[in-house]
Every structure is written in C-alpha cells, then in structure tokens.
Design a protein around this ligand. Structure first.
Ligand SMILES: [Zn+2]
Length: 485
C-alpha cells in the first residue's frame, strides 16, 4: 500500500511538472517540416515563443490544442505583401501566413513603417528600402502619404544625373541603417533608370551584403525590352556586383515566356549566382493605372487591349477614354490586368524553383487566397504538387531567402526544436481560398489554428481579438561597412 502511494505521488508530481512544462502543446497532428522531411504524427511543445519539443511521447501544457487529422506546419512566409493594414493582415492569417513582408517595392520610409507597426501587428512584418521612393524623393517628388508607387512623370521617366544617383544610393544606405531587409526595385515603375543606375543600386546591396528584390524592367516579347532581356539585365547586375537577387512574380512579368525565364534563372544558378524567384496562382496582375507601367507601348508589350483592364471595386472594363482619364489622374487607382493564361500559371506553380508569394493588395483575390489556393488546387485537385513540396515553397524557401538579410531567419520556416513558434494548423481536406475577383476580401477556410511567436492568433477557426503578436523581421540592422564601391 505504501509503495502504491509513493508510486501514485510520483505519477502525480511528474504529471504536475509536465503540466507546467509547456505554454502550448499541439497534440496528435501530422507534423510536416520540409527541411528535415519529417511527415509524421508528433506532439509539439511550445515555450516562450519557441518550439521546445517535437516528440512522439505525450506532452503536457497549460493549453492543449488537439490537432488530430490536421496538418501542423511552419507558418507561411510571404515575401511579397503590399497591404499591411489590419484588415489585410487578418486575411493573411486565415491564409496561414505568419510573416508578411513588403520586399518587392519597399516601404517609402522604413523608420515610419516599423514604428507604425510596433505592438499593432497581427503577424510578423518587415520591408526593403525602396529605390522607387528614394528616386522620387531625390527628384523632388516624394510619394504621397500611404502610397508606394509614383505617378508616371519626370521622376519616373527621366534619367538621373550621376549626382542624383549618388544621393539615391545614400538614401538607400540610410534606409538600410533604419532596418530594411534589402533593396526593393520596381524598375518598370522607373523606366528612366538607366542600366548603370540599376547596377549602382545593386552595388549598395552588395556593399551591405543584402539582396535586391526586383520587379523587372519590362514584360512581354517585343524587342528591345522583352521579359527575357529584363531577366538578363538583373542577372547581369547580380553577376557584376555579387548581390543576391530575388525576381518577383515571374508569372506576371514573363507571361507566355515564364518557363523560359525560369530556365534563365536555372542557368544563372548553375553558374553559381544566387538568384531566386516566386509566383502567385492567378491569371491577372494588379497595379496603379497612373504608374509608368502604362506608359505608351503597354498594349503591344502585354499583348492586351483596354478591355483587359478591370477596376476591382466595380468590375468595370476600361475603354480608351476611361483609360486616358485614369492614367492621367493624380489619384491612384488600382487596376486588374488580365494578361496571363491558366496554362501558364499551372505550369509555373509546381516548378521546383518557384516559391509562393502573394503580391497581396486590396482589390485582388491573391491578397486573401494565395496560399490556400495552391494547397486546394495544386495539391488536392490537380495533384501536380505534393503537400510537403507545396509547404516547402511557402516556408523553407522564403526563410532561406530571408537568411540573406538576417540570421534570425534560420529560426523561421522550420518546425523543429529551437525554431520560432510560428505555426499553422490546417485541415488538408478542406483548406481552400474563397476570395474571387468579384469578392477579393473573402477569407480562406481551413486554417483552424495559427500561432504567431507562440501566441494563438486563430483559435478553432476564429480570430482571437486584441492580440498583436507580430514582431519586426529582423529588427533594425545597423551599418556593417561604409566602404565605397
Ligand atoms: Zn510587381
């Protein structure tokens, strides 16, 4: 009897100790970690924002999430998210995203961007330094509050003087010192930037050992200025300077030549260059209609006419008159651009070099549905991607790109002991996008739980109110060198 009591006491005290061991335990889910290839039922113990245990043995915690039948994966990392307001962050969360970064163009003012989000962000955030904004500033036409793209004009279309190029470079260095994760270049939005100006911006990135994220100079097949030439330009700049390069939305820039463009990147990588790319699973793009993308020649370049441009809120297809009015307006209006085909998108998404990134902004369904759509359409329906490969494109690959900017990214995109507890728990049978071109703000379904830095943000399919677990990635990075080129 005495032995039994001692044994019971040991069991009880052991259980109590275990009960206090973890803040959150995710129990019985199918754990998928693309880096190690783990795909098995495990229990996950989370403590102080980190994954402390991935275990076959039962774990106890103050909060237990039962994940039977659900997939437990690293939270998705979106390298390309423009809309950074709470309404869009909420959509990203329901799409499985725990980190959403403005890397393509970059916030116009890094200090302001980071300050505005401190303590008020649902998911992790960060930005590149914006070449487009720096150029506008130096040309004396700073971007209007709340915008990231300039109206087509002198600041976008004229070549910069050598002195102006130096001032743009200095602005980018200051923005990097303020905490930028690299340099964002929307070359198509600044067609006045010469090849040399582009190379000079890559030189700043190389000097700070940071990557360049770029929306390339041009789309389509018309020469000079084809998508192929645009890929050559930035790969050339990367080769010349040594900066790492990430080419955004290869699908919407290269269109029918997307697979050719991917093969160029493959070739550059085979020659030892650090070049990566991404795509989103939609046939339309979206941008500001008064931007330089719509300077004369766009119809020939994109192979479309006015009617392929659609106003998101109203569904209005444009005519020449309506286009002229909006293109010449100072007011920034987003427009959907139907220039791609489903065949191209379906061929691009499964390609092993493609990571998934949304290019999210209000008005386009990609803002809400990108990740769930890939899981629903390519993994479940078309079966052109395995689940673990799809997750690799959403977690490990973007984390590895982010490692060029910050060692903190080694702890992201992984479901391993020591990793940040950014975790998505979803139903693989049900996960799906609901957003459409008509209703772009419909949240995805299927994400049952989402943990951001160990904090439960989505709980049993519902958003937890008044928690803001989002943190900056990686936090301000100070100058590491002041050498000139
Ligand atoms: Zn773009």
């Amino acid at each position: 009897m005495r032995n039994l009591i001692i044994a019971l006491a040991l069991v009880v005290s052991g259980t109590l100790a275990a009960a206090q061991q973890y803040d959150v335990v995710v129990e019985g889910g199918r754990i998928i970690d693309p880096e190690t290839g783990l795909d098995a039922v495990r229990n996950v113990g989370i403590r102080e924002g980190k994954i402390a245990s991935v275990s076959v043995a039962p774990l106890s915690g103050r909060r237990v999430i039962h994940a039977d039948g659900l997939v437990v994966a690293p939270g998705f990392i979106d390298l390309h998210q423009h809309a950074q307001d709470l309404a869009s962050q909420r959509l990203k969360a329901f799409d499985g995203v725990t980190t959403a970064l403005e890397m393509e163009i970059g916030a116009p003012d890094v200090t302001q961007f980071l300050k505005a989000k401190e303590g008020r962000s649902l998911i992790h955030y960060g930005t590149t330094a914006s070449h487009v904004a720096a150029r506008s500033l130096i040309f004396g036409a700073p971007l209007p509050e709340g915008t990231i793209l300039p109206k087509s004009g002198a600041a976008t279309d004229q070549a910069a003087t050598p002195e102006q190029i130096q001032r743009i470079q200095q602005r980018l260095r200051d923005e990097i010192d303020a905490g930028a994760l690299g340099i964002g270049m929307g070359i198509e939005y600044t067609p006045g930037a010469t090849r040399l100006e582009v190379i000079d911006m890559f030189r700043v990135a190389a000097e700070r050992k940071l990557p360049v994220y770029t929306h390339m100079r041009s789309a389509g097949r018309v020469e000079p200025g084809s998508a192929i030439a645009s890929v050559e330009e930035v790969i050339g700049a990367a080769a010349i300077t040594g900066a790492s390069l990430h080419i955004v939305h290869i699908n919407s820039t290269c269109l029918r030549d997307s697979l050719e463009c991917i093969s160029l990147i493959e070739g550059a990588r085979a020659r030892g260059l650090d070049v990566t790319t991404e795509a989103y699973p939609y046939i339309a793009g979206m941008t500001a209609i008064n931007s330089a993308v719509f300077n004369p020649g766009w119809r020939e370049k994109l192979g479309i006419d006015y009617g392929s441009l659609v106003i998101p809120d109203t569904g209005e297809h444009l005519t020449k008159d309506r286009f002229d009015e909006l293109h010449n307006s100072g007011k920034q209006q987003w427009v959907l651009i139907f220039a791609n085909t489903q065949e191209v998108v379906d061929a691009v998404i499964p390609d092993p070099l493609i990571m998934i990134a949304s290019d999210g902004a209000e008005g386009h369904p990609r803002n809400a549905g990108t990740y769930s759509r890939v899981l629903a359409q390519y993994v479940r329906e078309k079966k052109t991607l395995t689940l673990i490969e799809a997750l690799r494109k959403m977690t490990l690959m973007p984390a590895q790109m982010l490692e060029r900017s910050t060692p903190a990214a080694h702890r992201k995109g992984r479901l391993q002991e020591g990793a940040d507890a950014d975790v998505v728990i979803f139903d693989p049978q049900n996960i799906a996008d609901r957003s459409t071109f008509e209703k772009p703000m419909e949240p995805s379904v299927g994400v049952q739980y989402l943990l951001v830095g160990g904090t439960v943000l989505i709980d049993d399919g519902k958003m937890v109110p008044n928690v803001f677990p989002g943190r900056p990635v990686p936090g301000p990075r100070k100058a590491v060198t002041t050498t000139n080129r």
